[in-house]
Design a protein around this ligand. Structure first.
Ligand code: HEM
Length: 400
């Protein structure tokens, strides 16, 4: 997804040359010198994503390579004033870290790193509003995700009062930033779960690309771009007043059975989604961005199968409902069982969780061909706070 918030040095490099900017990385300099400006997409160079604005910028930033999401449970005695103190602390740390400065109190100051596309997204869980006496302020757009037939949810990957998602082009920066934020939170909350996931959103020439999940599928094509006229209504929540510019977030840990998937033919794999594996084109088209033709038939059968994932999740089949998805690939190894588990930390953002994610998910739960190889093992939902101004802090529209 093109980036609206990032201060990228990519354009500058085109004419100033890497040397002019004093870049230390020889690899980048060499690429720039060898690639004429007219030779197609230019390599993306990580920059600084401003932490300030109407929205938390990490929601719409392109999915970075390294990502970690944590949920915390607040201590029993936390009230709205204490929640405000934590939000102030976090806002200060986020403002510093994303701009490459050590967060207040940082004892490992050398790990503060600029120009790594660092972003942080903070959210509040459903029950938090009750716990701090703010039930009346809970945005109606945040509902609890209902149970689905195919779910096999585990508590260790589900729920939470607070959510922090940290992403960057560099995992060391993600690890350090998250540690600082968790230290800030120690007097207020304890860690409930932590999930990490990677994404390859840049191709071998460092040009933006959609990226692939661990089934090998191109994943994210159907997402709206931020300049699409439908984008704002799809993603940003308007009410209540204090929440204008916020959104809702779903985090589902979806285990993918790679071993049984591997036994399918390529044609069977492609039929389950309705797109080819080569470039992610719909089976009725040739290029990734070609529009699907759900009416096309061959030998009397629909070319895009009636249970294909992309048919059932497409806005046309869901009364125009859309979501903004972000997938993160995960793999874990459990030394006690010797078992490995791989899948997708499926995240989605939507203005109204109950009216967008839930009906689409219900339809997929009933009929999606992919259900044979995918199982949700974790589920959580959060209200993603509006962004904050340079002289403000997260949640200041409610807590001041
Ligand atoms: C491990 C689980 C999943 C896998 C492997 C997966 C994979 C894919 C793939 C390959 C596509 C086609 C390319 C694209 O448009 O991105 C797609 C599209 C889509 N998926 Fe999933 N998906 C998963 C879970 C979900 C869930 C849980 C939902 C929501 C409830 C969902 C909603 C959608 C939507 C809305 C589209 C775009 C449809 C369109 O506009 O054409 N997916 N998914």
């Amino acid at each position: 997804m093109p980036d609206q918030t990032r201060t990228t040095r990519r354009g500058l490099l085109g004419y100033a040359g890497a040397g002019g900017l004093g870049l230390a990385t020889g690899a980048i300099a060499a690429t720039q010198l060898e690639t004429p400006a007219s030779a197609g997409p230019q390599p993306t160079v990580p920059g600084t994503i401003s932490p300030f604005g109407t929205h938390q910028p990490g929601v719409t930033a392109p999915t970075p390579r390294a990502n970690r999401i944590v949920a915390l449970d607040v201590h029993d005695d936390l009230d709205a004033a204490a929640l405000g103190r934590l939000m102030r602390l976090w806002s200060g740390s986020i403002a510093a870290a994303t701009q490459g400065r050590p967060a207040p109190g940082d004892t490992a100051r050398d790990l503060a790193q600029g120009n790594v596309d660092l972003s942080v997204v903070v959210g509040w869980g459903y029950a938090l509003f009750d716990k701090v006496g703010l039930a009346d302020a809970r945005p109606p757009a945040l509902v609890r995700i209902p149970a689905f037939d195919h779910d096999r949810l585990q508590q260790r990957w589900s729920g939470g009062d607070l959510m922090v998602m940290v992403g960057a082009a560099d995992d060391t920066t993600v690890t350090h930033t998250l540690r600082r934020l968790l230290l800030d939170a120690e007097p207020f909350a304890t860690l409930r779960w932590e999930q990490d996931g990677s994404w390859r959103g840049l191709d071998s020439h460092q040009a933006p690309t959609t990226g692939r999940n661990l089934f090998g599928q191109v994943d994210g094509t159907g997402n709206l771009l931020p300049d699409d006229p439908l984008f704002d209504a799809t993603v940003w929540t308007k009410t209540p007043d204090w929440f204008a510019g916020g959104t809702t977030m779903v985090v589902r840990r979806i285990s993918m059975d790679l071993d049984t998937w591997d036994t399918l033919t390529r044609a069977e794999q492609e039929a389950s989604v309705g797109r080819d594996l080569d470039v992610g084109a719909p089976l009725t088209g040739a290029a990734e961005r070609d529009l699907p033709d759900f009416d096309a038939t061959e030998d009397g059968r629909p070319v895009i199968a009636s249970d294909a994932h992309m048919r059932l999740s497409h806005p046309q089949q869901n009364g125009g409902r859309r979501i903004l998805r972000r997938g993160l690939n995960y793999t874990t190894y459990d030394p006690e069982t010797g078992g490995r588990d791989s899948g997708l930390v499926f995240c989605s953002f939507q203005a109204d969780l109950g009216d967008q994610f839930v009906p689409i998910q219900r339809r997929l739960d009933r009929g999606d061909a992919l259900n044979e190889w995918t199982t949700a093992i974790g589920s959580a939902e959060f209200a993603i706070l509006p962004g904050f101004a340079e002289d403000g802090w997260l949640g200041d529209t409610l807590l001041t």
